[in-house]
Design a protein around this ligand. Structure first.
Ligand SMILES: CC(C)(COP(=O)(O)OP(=O)(O)OC[C@H]1O[C@@H](n2cnc3c(N)ncnc32)[C@H](O)[C@@H]1OP(=O)(O)O)[C@@H](O)C(=O)NCCC(=O)NCCS
Length: 153
């Protein structure tokens, strides 16, 4: 699979059954349907799907807050990983939200794949939320991507 084999479009409510199926394969504490519905209902959010023909490969959910966009959720179907799908999704978010805007997210300290992805997009660790994940008590790393000096956000 190459980048030419998938495309991005806005995520819609009718995508949610397929999103939930991927979500459950990707996370120990998957989001519920109502969490996705809530995020999709926010007009200022950026929610995108990556599709190969009609097959859903991945999605990203990004919410708009006063000071920054918050990347709330990003996941790629296990069989479709390492083909640039997450990169395409993040590029789509940055195109729509603006490369000069501020972005933040939380990630498990053990999630080396996601941390490497975010670092390659100039997200930097700025702190931790101790025992943020209730399934195993793992800490979250707080990351920011800010135009200019990321340490002054
Ligand atoms: C993290 C995740 C979204 C990456 O999706 P992906 O489509 O495989 O990522 P891409 O192919 O676009 O990779 C982009 C870059 O991310 C980094 N990366 C991705 N997977 C990696 C891995 N397993 N190990 C190390 N680096 C990795 C690399 O820098 C990679 O660039 P490269 O392929 O040129 O080396 C995917 O592994 C996933 O869905 N994980 C489960 C859900 C999750 O943890 N989401 C993040 C929650 S904070």
């Amino acid at each position: 699979m190459s980048g030419a084999e998938f495309k991005l479009r806005k995520l819609t409510y009718t995508d949610l059954p397929r999103v939930i199926a991927i979500e459950r394969r990707c996370f120990p504490m998957p989001w519920s349907l109502s969490m996705f519905v809530l995020e999709l209902s926010k007009p200022s959010g950026i929610s995108l799907a990556a599709l190969n023909d009609t097959r859903m490969l991945g999605y990203v959910i990004c919410a708009r807050y006063d000071e920054a966009y918050h990347v709330m959720n990003i996941a790629v179907e296990p069989n479709a990983r390492r083909h640039g799908v997450a990169r395409a999704l993040l590029d789509g978010v940055l195109e729509r939200g603006g490369r000069e805007a501020n972005y933040t997210l939380e990630v498990r300290v053990s999630n080396h794949a996601a941390i490497a992805l975010y670092e390659s997009y100039d997200f930097r660790a700025v702190g931790k939320r101790p025992r943020y994940y209730s399934d195993n008590g793992e800490d979250a790393i707080i990351m920011w991507r800010a135009d200019g000096n990321p340490w002054e956000v």
